[in-house]
Design a protein around this ligand. Sequence first.
Ligand SMILES: [Mg+2]
Length: 127
Amino acid sequence: MEDSDVKKLLFADDEESIRLLYKEEFEEQGYEVVLAADGREALEKFTAHRPDLLVIDIKMPGMDGFEVLKKVREQSPHVPVILCTAYGEYQHDLNAWASDDYVVKSANLEGLTQKIKTLLERQPPGS
Ligand SMILES: [Mg+2]
């Protein structure tokens, strides 16, 4: 049976160590975690799993995070999306893009955790 109180998060990152870090940390926090290794897989899993929120790495081979965001927005204009970047990359581009927020990647996930909480609370119940 599905527990509708459990929020589902989709993380897309081409680095396996980062995916595993996300999985370990956010499952421990009580979320259901879906992982994708590139943009194409992220879109497939977005359609298949309907996550409550997405965290997308910008720099991925093939389809980058901006393109993933654009395609997600075409399907679901309101689902919260956080873009992730290494420090100093894309800061200019980020201003022009319609993500809900972005984080600079760090092994300390406290900032990301807080942003996820805030964005999920902003959603109306049942949406
Ligand atoms: Mg990357």
